[in-house]
Design a protein around this ligand. Sequence first.
Ligand code: FA5
Length: 334
Amino acid sequence: MEDTTKDLLSQAQAVINLAASQEDLENIRIGFLGRNGKMNELMAGLLHVSPAQRGELGRVLNQAKREIELLLSKKEEDLLSASSNLYFDPTEPSIKPNLGHLHLITYAAREIMDIFERIGFVRVRHPEIDSDYYAFEALNMPAGHPARDEWETFYIADNLVITPHTSNGQVREMEKGYLPIKMINIARCGRRQSDVSHSQTFHQFEGLYIDKGVSIANLKGVLEYFARNFYGSGRQTRLRPYDFRFTEPSFEVDVTCGLCGGSGCSFCKGGWLELGGAGMVHPKVLRAGGIDPRKYSGFAFGWGVERTYMMKAELSIPDIRILYKNDLNFLEQF
Ligand code: FA5
């Protein structure tokens, strides 16, 4: 009888394991533990054993009964939790995904481009990794020329650089062979520089206008137009003499400080803030691009997107490198 009880227990285990619903479980319970179930059949057999054995067998049978009850309730819990995982209410409000937004510098590049587009400039794209030729040589800086040092350039192969400025796009654009040229090239640049106003990775926007009879007056007009539209109507620009190898004459461009309005404060120290470089395209550069400098002239300018944006009066960013630190507390403000 003890063996029969063990068999019954393993039978019960097997069918309980296979049960797929509450209904299956109820049928199993009735089959094993119900009034006419297999357990009661065995219990009835106790009447035919000797009183000496009856106590021990009764204990074994009760133990088996309890185990079957335990197996049934455990399986019932499993089935319940599995079905609650499947439960899906389409009317429940969904969990909103965390949406990001564009980087501050992407907004800046778009805003800058919008302003130049209104006066006929077209956005073009040129390589951010380019040959030494377009970054320097075609810009009147032959190999070994000391002027190259200023650009603190990352070389990634003998003749290949991470462009230290967007001016590499000048001769590339001329080589396309159309005139007049009125382009804005906005791209990522790299230099071996890192401090509060210099980042190893930064962006520049480069303007190039080439046509017949282009003069410094046109350059000044375009810069003034940009400064007023980007910074506000009260702002003015000035050209300060400088020396770039690819423009002649060359200038640094300053804009009046937005904090003090040009009277001088601790931020600008003198009323003016530097925006970037500019100048009339050097005849050698025009020739490198296949353009005859006796017939055509042009101006170019190249400014940092980050610095130009940081100079907006309402933005006070103490360290340019914070733009690229992936600090959400900072980035989520914009
Ligand atoms: C140039 O890069 C020239 N190619 C500009 C130019 C173009 C002159 C066309 C004439 C004609 P410069 O090295 O001064 O010039 O850089 C221009 C601007 O880029 C700077 O005023 C600054 O706004 C930005 N810039 C340069 N280096 C960094 C840097 N490491 N981090 C952030 N901004 C930078």
